[in-house]
Design a protein around this ligand. Sequence first.
Ligand code: PLP
Length: 239
Amino acid sequence: MDLPKNNSSNFQYILENYKEICYNVENARAKYAKNGENVQIMAVTKTVEPEKINFAVSQGVKLLGENRVQEFISKKDSYDKSAQVHFIGHLQTNKVKYIIEDVSMIQSVDSLKLAAQIDKSALAHNKIMDILVEVNVGDEASKSGVAYDQCHELISEISQLENVRVKGLMAIPPIGCDESVFEKMHELYLSISEMNIKGVCMQILSMGMSGDYELAIKHGSNLVRIGTKLFGARKYFGG
Ligand SMILES: *Cc1c(COP(=O)(O)O)cnc(C)c1O
């Protein structure tokens, strides 16, 4: 017997999870956010079937996060277009052209070389691409991201590019790290904001995932990226 497809009643757990996340985010925001600043909730969609993603969008999710170019290309045509998509995974320069038209932000820019390629590709598509600079705040050899100490310099260089606009920072603090790492990231975000670099518009600090989003909001995050807590544990296939 075939299982029913597209039966959204099977997805009720996603709605329950989403409600709980919204509740927790709202509490953390009310407690910590200065000026009642809004906190965006991104649904991280790696390995998740489009039916589940569209269900989440139908329940109010407005922002999706994609990690893998190949996976995104194979799924994007089935997505409900009312949500925006940000790219959040490691991006090779030769793959920029495959995503440039379909994402509204690239959060994982960590080199001038990548920014320059995005600039070129954006110009070819007659658009200005919003980006975040990814910072390797835990200084982990296995993680991408620009070194903390080199972030100012990289942003100054990227600000010269005409078809790329820096909108803030993204980070993945190491699992179980000290709270001071989150605060260190917040300080970097504030110090770059205060530099008032021409063409740089610091609006987003993207930090916090399923295990640490409330802590991240406490330390200034205004965009949390949630996968597991929303869709359940991931099935891993091919990396
Ligand atoms: C997978 C991923 C997330 C979400 O992680 P969860 O722990 O499942 O919430 C957030 N950000 C990035 C960059 C990711 O790759």
